[in-house]
Design a protein around this ligand. Structure first.
Ligand SMILES: Nc1nc2c(ncn2[C@@H]2O[C@H](COP(=O)(O)OP(=O)(O)OP(=O)(O)O)[C@@H](O)[C@H]2O)c(=O)[nH]1
Ligand SMILES: [Mg+2]
Length: 308
């Protein structure tokens, strides 16, 4: 567990574990604030009061990893912990490992994050295990890859629309974001564009990047969605998106940065592309089966069906 052992909010201050080194933090630069800066002090005072008024919320970050020793360290280090504490969030990072044979586990251990293992290979299997390990006190769940393509520094952009009630699910969109040099092959880009067109046209989901690996959900969405997820591999994103669209969740995209991957890709564009296409067609006729406890979700599903 990465429970921010070193930092905590107490008595109106952000403090570190050692009181001698207690500092107040400039959340933009992660530097101690000069007390002579009057405007900064005023701003700090208002922000602290805003932070105090709201309950501390928990974000659980899921990182599925298979041999990601090159990128994982940077992904974990990029999580803006001080800023998150400042704004009243505690964070737990969970690495979901699948029989990695490199130093992935060692790096995760060194960084002090929680590690769970899944024996069955595949990103889908890993993510389902991740969902089962999200604690009940979590408010928001985030997922991103361990290859340092998505930037963990950008998590606030995904959390903000959930926090202010704009929607239930946010997808980080590369296609409307910043794609850095040689990070996204033309083949993958065209495939992604076609899948996205299909989903917008036939599932009426207002999203702009279907194969993204950067997601943020309200915890209740994860609880309701997880039992319906079956994919073992890379069709997991499309399965989640199509089923969330059918279940009537409010789902939108925000622009993100996409960098060149570190380490080897696990994706096979042709084979996985074919599985994604099958999933797209198969789920057009998908209907959830509901138990007696699911009446609220069932009502939302039926209301969504009528709307379309
Ligand atoms: N636990 C686990 N994670 C996996 C498995 N396969 C892929 N992943 C992880 O899922 C994430 C996405 O896999 P990538 O190989 O980056 O696939 P991609 O992002 O679609 O393709 P690239 O553009 O080549 O990076 C990475 O963090 C992988 O380590 C698996 O079998 N088990
Ligand atoms: Mg990747």
């Amino acid at each position: 567990m990465f429970h921010l052992k070193k930092n905590a909010i107490a008595n109106n201050k952000i403090i570190t574990a050692n009181p001698k080194t207690s500092v107040e933090i400039d959340f933009e630069n992660h530097l101690p604030l000069p007390f002579t800066d009057r405007r900064a002090c005023d701003r700090r005072f208002t922000d602290r009061r805003a932070c105090d008024r709201k309950k501390i919320k928990k974000i659980t970050i899921l990182i599925p990893c298979y041999n990601e020793e090159k990128g994982l360290g940077n992904v974990i280090d990029g999580v803006p912990l001080k800023k998150l504490v400042y704004f009243g969030y505690k964070t737990e990072i969970i690495v979901i490992n699948n029989n990695s044979s490199d130093n992935t586990i060692k790096i995760a251990r060194e960084k002090g994050v929680k590690i769970v293992s899944e024996k069955k290979q595949g990103k889908g299997n890993a993510l389902k295990t991740g969902f089962r390990n999200v604690s009940n006190d979590t408010d928001y769940v985030l997922m991103l890859d361990g290859d340092n393509t998505y930037k963990s520094e950008e998590i606030f952009r995904l959390i903000e629309p959930l926090e202010n009630g704009f929607c239930d699910v946010i997808l980080g969109s590369r296609l409307e974001g910043k794609i850095n040099d040689r990070s996204f092959s033309l083949f993958n880009r065209i495939g992604n564009w076609l899948f996205t067109f299909f989903i917008r046209r036939f599932y009426f989901a207002n999203i702009t990047d279907t194969c993204t690996g950067y997601f943020a959900w309200k915890k209740k969405v994860v609880d309701e969605l997880a039992p319906h997820i079956k994919s073992s591999g890379f069709a997991i994103e499309v399965e989640m998106i199509t089923k969330m669209a059918k279940l009537g969740y409010k789902m939108y995209s925000v622009p993100i940065t996409y960098d060149r991957r570190e380490g080897h890709s696990k994706l096979s564009p042709i084979l996985d592309g074919a599985k994604i296409i099958c999933m797209l067609f198969k789920n057009l006729t998908w209907k959830p089966s509901f138990s007696n406890d699911d009446s609220k979700i069932e009502k939302r599903y039926l209301k969504n069906l009528v709307k379309k």
